[in-house]
Design a protein around this ligand. Structure first.
Ligand code: ZN
Ligand code: ZN
Length: 394
């Protein structure tokens, strides 16, 4: 690909910074991205894209039609902030107490708009179309599903799908493009154990759900250590356990709640099955009854190998081969995976940390901030990656 998007992206940096800081000052939580969506929609409309608003409550779609026939590429950016009180001291600090762009989605929105601007200049070269999807509510894992339920993957259905995350686990100048599964599926599991309550001094007249719950907590630890292939990976976490209110009362019920993270679909099914077996089996052995509920939040981000390889090559042209990481994996989750389900694509990470400037706090930290020097790299890479689908080499 001969187009030098990097030069253009560098020229767009002041605008990207301005948009990003404005969004940073006005963070909006999941499904409340009204102001943000308004800015996105008006920018895309100004560019001349076909714009749809209110997709998945506050989502926006901008369709860029090329002058020639060809495939449809989905480019995704997320827009939501987090319920965190910002502890930074910048002049673009959040003006909304208790709300903060602590994951970099303000940057994603700004970068997505810059990419739309750059590709729009090349309408006459584009074979096919680019569907820019500005998604709400990524942080609660519901935005992608809401947009898809509202038809985001129809009219036209994308043939390919790409997106990026600014990544404070890596310094500016590094890019991570990983083939295969690189972010996990996330499920919520909960188990209600019902026994029979009574006096704490008369356990023989009760069926104690707390004792059963305790054994379940211990037994589910064996799923990852004994049932999951040691060369595969999974997480089973219990994040909450509740039962009882008083020191001398055996309660009638106890509740356990947690998360399951997996890469492979088969592993996910197996873990679900083992959780059910363990909860129901132990509860029964203890004279209780267990009701297990498992809610699937997102599926794993599973990058297409050939597309990832191509994008890694483009990244190497931008930042140098030595700065392209090809095996960055996390058990964190991203609902961008729903836009990639049965649609080949790649979701990649662009380093955004700068330790010298103190811009290296982890995502979701009250002092999180990114080095905006990452923006031209991110925008150029996303634009060039997009071009590799819809602008044939000549
Ligand atoms: Zn986040
Ligand atoms: Zn995020």
């Amino acid at each position: 690909m001969s187009i030098n998007f990097h030069e253009e992206a560098v020229a767009l940096l002041p605008r990207m910074v301005e948009v990003r800081r404005d969004l940073h000052r006005h963070p909006e939580l999941a499904f409340q991205e009204v102001r943000t969506a308004g800015i996105v929609a008006s920018t895309l409309t100004e560019l001349g894209l076909e714009v749809q608003t209110g997709i998945g409550k506050t989502g926006v779609i901008g369709l860029l039609e090329g002058d020639h026939e060809g495939p449809t590429l989905l480019v995704r950016a997320d827009m939501d902030a987090l319920p965190i009180l910002e502890a930074n001291e910048t002049d673009y600090i959040s003006g909304e107490a208790g709300k903060m762009h602590a994951c970099g989605h303000d940057g994603h929105t700004s970068i997505g708009l810059a990419v739309a601007r750059m590709l729009n200049e090349r309408r006459s070269d584009i074979h096919g179309r680019v569907k820019f999807v500005f998604q709400p509510a990524e942080e609660i894992g519901q935005g992608a599903k809401a947009m898809i339920d509202d038809g985001a993957l129809e009219g036209p259905r994308p043939d390919f799908s790409i997106g990026l995350h600014l990544w404070n686990d890596m310094p500016v100048g590094k890019v991570a493009v990983t083939a295969g599964a690189c972010m996990s599926a996330a499920d919520i599991w909960q188990c209600t154990i019902t026994g029979s309550g009574g006096h704490g001094a008369q356990p023989d007249k009760t069926i104690d759900p707390i004792v059963a719950a305790s054994q379940i907590v211990t037994a589910v630890q064996s799923i990852v250590s004994r049932n999951v292939d040691p060369l595969d990976t999974a997480v089973v976490t219990i994040g909450a356990i509740h039962g009882g209110d008083a020191f001398n009362v055996i309660p009638p019920t106890a509740e356990i709640k947690g998360t399951i993270r997996t890469y492979r679909k088969e592993t996910k099914q197996m873990v679900h099955q083992r959780i059910r077996e363990i909860c129901e089996g132990i509860a029964q052995a203890m004279g209780c009854e267990a009701k297990v509920e498992i809610i699937s939040m997102t599926i794993a981000v599973d990058n297409d190998a050939a597309i990832s390889d191509r994008i890694a090559g483009i990244a190497a042209g931008l930042v140098g081969e030595e700065n392209v990481i090809r095996d960055e994996r996390t058990m964190g989750s991203e609902d961008v995976s729903l836009f990639m389900d049965d649609i080949p694509g790649c979701y990649f990470f662009v380093g955004s940390a700068n330790a010298e400037r103190g811009l290296n706090y982890p995502h979701h930290h009250p002092q999180f901030d990114v080095d905006e020097a990452a923006f031209p790299i991110a925008a150029a890479l996303l634009a060039e990656a997009a071009a590799s689908f819809v602008i044939p080499e000549n």
